[in-house]
Ligand binder design. Structure first.
Ligand SMILES: *Cc1c(COP(=O)(O)O)cnc(C)c1O
Length: 466
C-alpha cells in the first residue's frame, strides 16, 4: 500500500514510511493512494473473531508489504492483551436501538490506547528492521501524553520525553505519566503553560541539528497509523449488531477528527454505515461547519470535556481531500486560505455530500452535566463527559427506524471524577489495576521554560539508552 499527501507535494511512501514520517513534508497528511475494500462475505468471515484477530485483518491492507501478516497479528495480540476487558471493546445497551462501545479498557483509560498500544509496537518493529532508533517528544495537557508514554515504555528502540505544564494537570493525569518509571521515559514538568510546552516541542523540531542528532519523531493524531488502528472497533461494533447485513450509525465525541475519520474510513472500505454524528462541546467549529458551511476559527474555551477543546480539527484535512475528489492542489489552496483568513467554506456540492452523512451536535457544560445525570437515572449508565456528549448527540440525531446508533465511549468516568460527582453525587472508582495509582512513586524533572535546558535533558535520555 502506498500513501500520498493530501497536498500532493511530498514523497509517496509505504506504511513504514508514513508511520515514521507523521506529517508530510508539504504540511499535508498522508492518506492511502486507494482505499482497500472488503466485500460483505469478507466482513461476515470476521464475525466472532477475537478483537486482536479482527484488528489484524482490518489493518492488513493498510500495512501491505511493510510487515508480514503473521507479525502484524502478533503485534495486535500483544497490543490488546493487557486491556481490562476480555472483549476489549464491549458494547453496552443504554436505550432502544442505542448502544455504547467502551473504548477505555487500555492502560490509561482513554480510547487513545486503542491506537497507541499498537503504534508503540509498530515503531519498534519497523525501527528494528532499519536498525534505527527514535526519540519521541511531545507536549500534553492530559490524555495523549499518558497514552504515548504507556505505549513506548520499555520499547527497545524508542526514547520518549513528554512535557507537561508543572502543577497545571489533574493529579490523575499527572500520575498516569509520572508513575511510569521505565528508563526510556522522561517526564519533564515545565514551569509554564501548556502553550509553553507546545512551543518548546516546536522549537526542538525546528532545531535541525538537534532534530537529526536525536532522530526526533512524534505520535500525534495526524499519524496515519493511528487512524488505521482505529478502524477495527467500528467493524467490531457493526458485526456485533448484524453488520454487514444491517446499517448502523455512529456517534463520536470529536476533537481532532481522527476517531470519526476512522469511522468514515470503515464506511469507505465497504462497511454499511448510514450516519456519522459528530459531538462537540462549546468549542463547536465542526458543528458550525456542518450547520452552515462555515469553518471559522474561534478561541479555545476550557470545558468539562477537555480532550475536545480544540480550535482546528487537524484530521479534517483528510475528509476535505475526499470531499474535493482527491484534488491535492485544491486541498492545499483551501488549507492555505484557511490559515491566512481563519475561515473556510467548501464548494456547495461537496458540503451537501458531506451533510448527507455527517450530522453535527454541540452541548455546553450545563447540558453535559444534565446528560450525565439523565443517563444515570434512565439506564444506570455512568458516562464520562465526552461520552455523554456523544450520547446526547445520538439522541438528538436519531437515524432511520431500525438503524441502531452506537456511541463511542472515549474515556472511563474515573478520569473525570469532578464532573461525574457534580452530575450524580457519585465518586467513580479507578479500575482495580489502577487503584494504587496514588501510592505509586512519581518521577519527573522540573525545568524552566528554556529550550537549552530541555534539549540537555532530552539528550541525556537518548545517551543513556543508546
Ligand atoms: C482524544 C479524545 C477525543 C477526541 O478524539 P479525536 O480523534 O481527536 O476527535 C475525545 N474524547 C477523549 C476522551 C479523548 O481522549
Amino acid at each position: 500500500m502506498r500513501y500520498v499527501s493530501t497536498r500532493g507535494k511530498a514523497p509517496v511512501r509505504d506504511f513504514a514510511g508514513v508511520l515514521l514520517a507523521g506529517l508530510a513534508e508539504d504540511g499535508g497528511l498522508y492518506v492511502p493512494e486507494s482505499w482497500p475494500h472488503f466485500s460483505p462475505a469478507d466482513w461476515r468471515a470476521m464475525r466472532g473473531l477475537p478483537y486482536h484477530a479482527l484488528a489484524a485483518r482490518v489493518i492488513q491492507p493498510f500495512v501491505g508489504d511493510a510487515i508480514p501478516f503473521a507479525t502484524l497479528a502478533t503485534l495486535c495480540r500483544d497490543a490488546y492483551a493487557g486491556f481490562g476487558h476480555p472483549a476489549v471493546v464491549p458494547l453496552v445497551q443504554i436505550d432502544t436501538g442505542l448502544f455504547v462501545q467502551e473504548l477505555f479498557y487500555g492502560p490509561t483509560l482513554s480510547f487513545k490506547d486503542m491506537a497507541l498500544q499498537l503504534l508503540g509496537r509498530l515503531f519498534d518493529y519497523v525501527l528494528a528492521a532499519r536498525n534505527a532508533r527514535v526519540t519521541i517528544v511531545g507536549a500534553t495537557s492530559g490524555d495523549t501524553g499518558s497514552a504515548a508514554i504507556e505505549a513506548c515504555a520499555g520499547r527497545d528502540r524508542i526514547d520518549i520525553a513528554i512535557l507537561h505544564p508543572h502543577d497545571r494537570t489533574s493529579e490523575v493525569q499527572r500520575r498516569q505519566m509520572t508513575t511510569v518509571t521505565a528508563p526510556n521515559v522522561a517526564n519533564i514538568a515545565i514551569e509554564g503553560t501548556f502553550d509553553d510546552c507546545q512551543d518548546l516541542v516546536k522549537a526542538m523540531f525546528a532545531d535541525t541539528p538537534f532534530r537529526q542528532e536525536m532522530q526526533l519523531a512524534a505520535v500525534n493524531s495526524i499519524n496515519w497509523a493511528r487512524i488505521a488502528a482505529q478502524v477495527p472497533y467500528y467493524v467490531a461494533a457493526s458485526l456485533a449488531l448484524g453488520g454487514p447485513d444491517r446499517e448502523i450509525a455512529f456517534s463520536v465525541p470529536t476533537g481532532n477528527f481522527g476517531n470519526v475519520f476512522a469511522a468514515w474510513a470503515a464506511r469507505r472500505m465497504g462497511l454499511p454505515v448510514a450516519r456519522l454524528i459528530v459531538g462537540s462541546n462549546r468549542n463547536d467549529i465542526l458543528a458550525r461547519f456542518l450547520a452552515s458551511n462555515d469553518m471559522s476559527i474561534a478561541s479555545v474555551e476550557p470545558s468539562l470535556s477537555p480532550s475536545m477543546d480544540i480550535q482546528v480539527s487537524s484530521n479534517f484535512e483528510r475528509l476535505l481531500f475526499e470531499l474535493l475528489e482527491r484534488d491535492a492542489g485544491a486541498t492545499a489552496a483551501a488549507m492555505a486560505a484557511f490559515r491566512r483568513t481563519g475561515k473556510m467554506t467548501v464548494p456547495e456540492a461537496a458540503w451537501h455530500r458531506c451533510r448527507t452523512l455527517f450530522h453535527g451536535f454541540r452541548l455546553d457544560d450545563p447540558g453535559t452535566v444534565a446528560e450525565i445525570a439523565r443517563l444515570r437515572e434512565t439506564s444506570g449508565y455512568l458516562a464520562d463527559p465526552h461520552t455523554a456528549i456523544g450520547a446526547a448527540a445520538a439522541s438528538a440525531n436519531p437515524p432511520a427506524h431500525g438503524v441502531p446508533a452506537i456511541v463511542m465511549a472515549t474515556a472511563h468516568p474515573a478520569k473525570f471524577p469532578d464532573a461525574i460527582e457534580r452530575a450524580t453525587g457519585l465518586h467513580p472508582a479507578l479500575p482495580p489495576r489502577l487503584a494504587d495509582l496514588f501510592d505509586r512513586p512519581e518521577r519527573f524533572t522540573v525545568l524552566p521554560n528554556d529550550i537549552a535546558a530541555v534539549e540537555t535533558q532530552v539528550r541525556a535520555l537518548a545517551r543513556r539508552n543508546a
